[in-house]
Design a protein around this ligand. Structure first.
Ligand SMILES: Cc1ncc(COP(=O)(O)O)c(C=O)c1O
Length: 374
C-alpha cells in the first residue's frame, strides 16, 4: 500500500479510556470517567422519546440537507438557514473547513495548548501548524494576530479553550478578528460555550454577522449530552455552506442525530439548569482542591486542569495511578500540559470519588488510603 506522505507526520487520536475496559483491566466494580468532557447525565427524556420514535425510519437514508435541523438552528439564533453548516460532530466541520481552505505550504494559527485535532487538520494537508503559546493557559490573542502572515489561511480560537478551560472575552476576540485580513478564515470553536458563566460573557455570533470570514462552531455533544450521536453545527457565511456541501459525504448527519438535536434545542430552560449545575460542581471541585493546597486553572467549561505535581507518584504516573483506583482522567502531558491532569466536571458524587482517590495519592496519605479502600 502506498499512503499519502502526510500520514508520516500524523498520529491517531487517542480518546479517553472506555469505562468497561478499565473495569475489566483492574477488576473494579466502580469506575468514574472524567476524561472526555462528556455530560455526566443522560439526554433529556423528550430527546430520548424522539430518538425511539425515529427508529422505525432507519431503513431510509437521513435528510442529506438536514432541512428541519437547519431551520431549527437558524430559528434559534434568528439567522438564515444558508448560514448554518451541520456536521457529524463539530470535529467533522473542523476537518471539512480544513479541506476547504488548506493546501501544502499554507499556515494554520492556533493556541498551544489547545484542541489536539487542530494539529491534525494542518498535518493532513501538509500545512504548517503555527502554535502560539498561551499565557498562564489563556489565549494570547495579540500574539496570534501577530503570527498571521501572507501564508495564513486559517486561524482558530477555542473559547473556552480545551484543555485549559480558560475563556477570553468576546470583545478581545473581536479585536483579533479586526486585525486579521479578510481572506483568512477565523474559526471560533465554542464547543463549551453554554457552560460559560463569566459575567462578561457576550455573544460571539454578533461578531460573526459583521465579519464574513468568521465561523462560529458549536455542538450538541457537550451541554446537550449527545456526543454519542455526533452532531455539531456552525454559523458562517453562505459561501462556507456551499463549499462544505461539495466536500462532505452525502448523508453526514444520521437520522437519529437530526431528530435528537431538533428536540434538544427546544429545552433551553433545561440547558440553563445544566449549566448552573456544572458551574456549582466546578466551583466545589476547585474549592476542595484549593483547600488542600492543590492548584487548578480557572475554568469556564465542564472540565479543569488540576495540578498533579508533588503527589506520592511523579506527575507522569498520576494518570495510571488514578486509573488503577477507578478514576479515568486525561494525562495533561499528552495534551501539552505536563504536570497537570484534565478532569471533567462530573456529578457531585463522581467529583467526590475523584477527590477521595486523588487524596490517596497525597504524600503521607498511604496508611489512610489503605483504610479508605473498600
Ligand atoms: C474544543 C473542541 N472542539 C470540538 C470538539 C468536537 O466535538 P464534537 O465533534 O463532538 O462536536 C471538541 C470535543 O471534545 C472540543 O473539545
Amino acid at each position: 500500500m502506498r499512503f499519502i506522505r502526510e500520514l508520516d507526520q500524523m498520529i491517531a487520536y487517542e480518546p479517553g479510556q472506555p469505562l468497561e475496559l478499565v473495569m475489566r483491566r483492574f477488576g473494579l466494580s466502580e469506575v468514574v470517567k472524567l476524561a472526555s468532557n462528556e455530560l455526566p447525565v443522560p439526554p433529556f427524556p423528550e430527546v430520548q422519546e424522539a430518538i425511539i420514535a425515529a427508529i422505525d425510519g432507519l431503513n431510509r437514508y437521513p435528510d442529506g440537507h438536514c432541512t428541519d435541523l437547519r431551520a431549527a438552528i437558524a430559528a434559534h439564533y434568528g439567522r438564515d438557514g444558508e448560514e448554518v453548516v451541520i456536521g457529524n460532530g463539530s470535529c467533522e466541520l473542523l476537518m471539512l473547513i480544513g479541506d476547504a481552505v488548506l493546501e501544502r505550504g499554507d499556515e494554520l494559527v492556533f493556541a498551544a495548548p489547545s484542541f489536539t485535532v487542530y494539529e491534525d487538520i494542518s498535518r493532513r494537508h501538509g500545512a504548517a501548524a503555527v502554535r502560539v503559546p498561551t499565557v498562564d493557559f489563556v489565549h494570547d490573542l495579540d500574539a496570534m494576530a501577530d503570527a498571521v502572515t501572507a501564508r495564513t489561511k486559517l486561524l482558530i480560537v477555542c473559547n473556552p479553550n480545551n484543555p485549559t478551560g480558560t475563556y477570553v472575552p468576546v470583545a478581545d476576540v473581536q479585536e483579533l478578528v479586526d486585525r486579521v485580513p479578510d481572506d483568512v478564515l477565523v474559526i471560533i470553536d465554542e464547543a463549551y460555550n453554554e457552560f460559560v458563566s463569566a459575567p462578561d460573557a457576550q455573544d460571539s455570533l454578533e461578531l460573526q454577522t459583521t465579519h464574513e470570514n468568521v465561523v462560529v462552531l458549536r455542538t450538541f455533544s457537550k451541554i446537550y449530552g449527545l456526543c454519542g450521536l455526533r452532531v455539531g453545527y456552525g454559523l458562517g457565511a453562505p459561501a462556507l455552506k456551499e463549499a462544505l456541501d461539495k466536500l462532505r459525504q452525502p448523508f453526514n448527519v444520521n437520522r437519529l442525530a437530526q431528530v435528537a438535536a431538533i428536540e434538544a434545542l427546544k429545552h433551553q430552560d433545561k440547558v440553563r439548569a445544566r449549566a448552573a449545575a456544572n458551574a456549582e460542581v466546578r466551583a466545589y471541585m476547585a474549592a476542595r482542591l484549593a483547600a488542600r493546597g492543590r492548584a487548578t486553572v480557572p475554568s469556564e467549561a465542564n472540565f479543569m486542569l488540576v495540578d498533579v505535581r508533588g503527589l506520592s507518584v511523579p506527575p507522569e504516573q498520576v494518570f495510571e495511578a488514578l486509573l488503577a483506583k477507578g478514576v479515568i482522567v486525561r494525562d495533561g502531558h499528552a495534551l501539552g500540559c505536563p504536570g497537570w491532569a484534565r478532569v471533567s466536571v462530573g456529578t457531585r458524587a463522581e467529583t467526590d470519588f475523584f477527590l477521595a482517590k486523588l487524596a490517596e495519592l497525597e504524600p503521607g496519605a498511604g496508611p489512610l488510603s489503605e483504610g479508605r479502600r473498600s
